[in-house]
Design a protein around this ligand. Sequence first.
Ligand SMILES: [Fe+2]
Ligand SMILES: [Fe+2]
Length: 302
Amino acid sequence: MAVPFTLAHLSDIHLGPMPDGALWKEFALKRAIGWLSWRFNRKKLHDPAVADMIAADIAAAAPDHVALTGDLVNIASPAEFPHGARWMDSLAGPQEMSFVPGNHDAYVAFPWNRGLGHFAPWMEGEMRLKMAAPFPFVRLRKNVALIGLNSGVPQPLRRAGGVLGQKQLESLALTLRDLRERGYARVVLIHHPPLPGLSAPHKALSDAGELRDVLAAEGAELVLHGHNHEHMLNTLNSRFGTVHVLGVPSASLVDNEHHPFAAWNLYQIQRQAGKWQIDVSIRSYDPASRQISRLTEFVLSS
Ligand SMILES: [Fe+2]
Ligand SMILES: [Fe+2]
C-alpha cells in the first residue's frame, strides 16, 4: 500500500510578545487601535508558549509538509515580520512549510520588502501563472499540490474581511483544472473561510460566492483556512467530487469562552481505489495538563 502524504495545518498564531516600538515606529491609526486591542485583550488570550508547544507537537509528528494559513502577526508593524519569520523558520524551513497571508498580516498597507516579503520564502511556488503573481502559488510535493491564495488586504477600521479579486480567481480556475488533469490531490490554502455565510459580514471574504463557483466547477480535494478561530468542517459538491473545507482554531489561544483552545490538524492523504482518502486527526491544547493531545479523528473521502 502506498505511503500517505502527511500534512500539518495550523493558523492564526497572533505571535506575541509584541516587539518593542511596534506601535510608534510607523504610526497608523488602525495600528494604534490594534495595539490597544492587543495590550488590553488579545495579549491575555494568545500565549506564545502554547504556540511553541503546538509547533513542538507538529515537529514530533514529522509531517511531510506544514501549512500555516495566516494571521502570524498582529498589527503588521515593522518588527513583527522578522520575528514571525524566525518563528516559522524554527518550525520548518521554506521547502517544508507553506504560508498564506491573513488580514492581520496585511493590517495596514506596508511595503512588501519590509513586511510580507520577510515571509516570501514560504510563499514561493514552482508553478506560477503570470496573471496574478505571486498568488496563487503552487508547490508540488509527491502526488499533492499545495495552492496558496492571498485574501489578506488592508481593511478599514473594525473590519477584518478579505478579497481575492478576479485575476487570482481566474488563475485559480486554470490551476485547479491543470492539476486535476495531472492527477494531483489539490490542497487550497486561504486565510478566510472560502464559502459564503461562514463568517460574519464584517469579517467575510467578499468574493466567497465567486470562489465557491470556481471550486464547484473545477473541484479540489481539500480547502484549508483559519480566521474564525474555530474547528470548522464544511463540504461543497463539485463536478469532480466532494470538496472538503476545514478550518482550525488559533494555534495560541488559551483563554476565551467563545473560542476553542489552541489546536492543529494532521491530514494523511492517499489514493484508495481511484478516490482520494484523507484521514484527519485533530490535536488540541489541554489547559489542565498543559499538554497537546488527540481530540478526535475521522476519515474524508472524495
Ligand atoms: Fe486570527
Ligand atoms: Fe484573520
